[in-house]
Design a protein around this ligand. Structure first.
Ligand code: ADP
Length: 244
């Protein structure tokens, strides 16, 4: 056990922020928040707050990155200096470079990139406040920004992490649960197709726990998917009302 580890599950089976094990944090979603981007979204999972912006399909610069048969998808994930409890250096870290790749790969299977050869689709994920689950909130936001940009997709992608804390599997872990827990498993999926596009595991789970964790993640992903669709609908009803 790590030194100074707080109790993560209390005698009533509640978590450090009073949630039940299978409960998501409070989720807020807004689509189309940036005028200058082709598509954008803001997503909150509790205290984790991210913005995603999408530009494209557009001309590829530098030219040599162009692909003859499909769009090149590029992604940049960053955490703002003030997004963490201790100031984060603004220089791109190895973690940010890795997460940029992870987020891109979680979204790529959903994007019909063959419809736009020789173009670029650029995805930016900016973490404004970090409290665990920034990659998962980032994927959820980026999928909405892609949809808002009108980019054809097989399905939206939604994402959440399951963790194991004090021996209990819990949905949507926050930073303390991530720091002191035994395992952290972020999952992304195309919910209506039931297809997983990302799964990572940090820590140890038994095969039985892994199955349960995956089922819990898919349950959370489906709940988030409903909120994504609701947010898209809200934006387009508002736009429709302005046109009428
Ligand atoms: P994720 O944000 O997807 O859960 P990690 O597991 O790498 O990714 O990070 C867990 C949490 O740890 C982050 O959400 C953030 O709250 C915190 N964190 C990550 N990197 C830093 C950093 N450089 N400085 C301070 N806190 C950080």
């Amino acid at each position: 056990m790590k030194q100074g580890k707080p109790k993560l599950i209390n005698e009533n089976g509640r978590r450090i922020d009073n949630r039940l094990p299978d409960e998501l944090r409070s989720i807020k979603i807004d689509v189309g928040i940036l005028k200058n981007a082709d598509g954008s979204a803001y997503v909150e999972y509790g205290n984790t707050k991210v913005i995603a912006a999408v530009y494209g399909p557009r001309e590829v610069v530098p030219r040599y990155e162009e692909l003859p048969d499909r769009a090149v998808i590029r992604c940049r994930y960053r955490m703002l200096s003030f997004s963490t409890s201790e100031r984060k250096s603004p220089a791109p870290s190895r973690r940010e470079i890795e997460l940029s790749k992870v987020i891109r790969e979680a979204l790529e299977p959903a994007i019909l990139s063959h419809q736009y050869p020789r173009t670029a689709i650029d995805i930016f994920v900016e973490v404004i406040n970090a409290d665990g689950g920034t990659r998962t909130a980032g994927i959820t936001a980026a999928a909405l920004a892609l949809a808002d940009a009108g980019i054809p997709m097989l399905d939206l992608v939604a994402s959440v992490a399951v963790g194991k804390v004090d021996g209990v599997l819990v949905l949507d872990i926050n930073e303390i649960e991530d720091m002191y827990g035994e395992a952290d498993m972020p999952v992304a999926a195309m919910p209506s197709l039931n297809k997983i596009t990302m799964i990572q595991l940090n820590g140890v789970l038994t095969p039985q726990e892994f199955k349960q964790a995956l089922a819990l993640a898919m349950k959370g992903i489906k709940q988030i998917y409903e909120l994504q669709k609701e947010a898209l609908r809200k934006k387009y009803v508002e736009v429709g009302e302005q046109i009428v």
